[in-house]
Design a protein around this ligand. Structure first.
Ligand code: PGA
Length: 231
């Protein structure tokens, strides 16, 4: 199976013009041997999904209802009908700043699957927490009552490794991926300070099925080098 490399731009870059430059650079370098997914902010998502053939697009978040009086929210059906294929659910920043719980994550996952999107469920322990307990709770509560897991992707992202430059060692990542795969048979990505000089170690030594890349996905050369390491 091809490696899955997901670019989580978060609330970046600052302008549409910069986003266009970044998309064109990445598009010119994507390889048929790697599944590359770009997750730009909502305002640009549908524009790129309509214009930029050959790159898969993902949203960074969504609501669990398909329509209605929910000011400011975006539905899974809106995403799907706009050419979006993937959606990140339960990112640690959503959990931390926007109060997302495992129960909310569960509703979002069910809604994403019902709409035909591929959800990327983010899980990860924070410093000082019992990793095994946290991951088990995030998986069992997040995936509660979901019978068919075949379309689900999990991203293992230790919270302390995100945006810090302090990436998790490939050895520790390997044991976390094994733990997750014992609980659920799904594709597992690693995320947390992935750079071009450490990406191969996750794909080759730690057994990750792909990567969720934040900061490094905003620098086209760096991101293209990460994609190349997955070929
Ligand atoms: P980072 O972010 O690569 O900047 O650490 C990863 C993420 O938040 O998904």
């Amino acid at each position: 199976m091809k490696k899955l490399i997901v670019a989580n731009w978060k609330m970046n870059p600052g302008t549409y013009a910069e986003a266009e430059v970044l998309v064109s650079a990445v598009k010119a370098a994507v390889s048929p041997d790697v599944e590359v997914v770009l997750c730009p902010p909502f305002p640009w998502l549908t524009d790129f999904s309509h214009k930029e053939k050959g790159i898969a697009l993902g949203a960074q978040n969504m609501f669990w209802e398909n329509a209605g009086a929910f000011t400011g929210e975006v539905s899974p059906v809106m995403l799907k009908s706009s050419g979006v294929q993937y959606v990140i659910v339960g990112h640690s920043e959503r959990r931390k700043y926007f109060g997302e719980t495992n129960e909310m994550v569960n509703k979002k996952l069910k809604a994403a699957l019902a709409a035909g999107l591929t959800p990327i469920l983010c899980i990860g322990d924070n410093e000082g927490e019992n990793k095994e307990e946290v991951l088990k709770a995030q998986i069992t509560e997040g995936l509660a009552n979901i019978k068919d897991l075949s379309a689900i992707v999990i991203a293992y992202e230790p919270v302390w490794a995100i945006g810090t430059g302090n990436n998790c060692s490939p050895e520790e990542t390997k044991s976390s991926i094994e733990l997750i795969k014992k609980l659920v048979n799904v594709r597992v990505l690693y995320g947390g300070s992935v750079k071009a000089d450490n990406s191969a170690s996750y794909l080759k030594e730690a057994g990750a099925d792909g990567l969720l890349v934040g900061g490094a996905s905003l620098k086209s050369e760096e991101f293209i080098a990460i994609v190349k390491s997955a070929e």
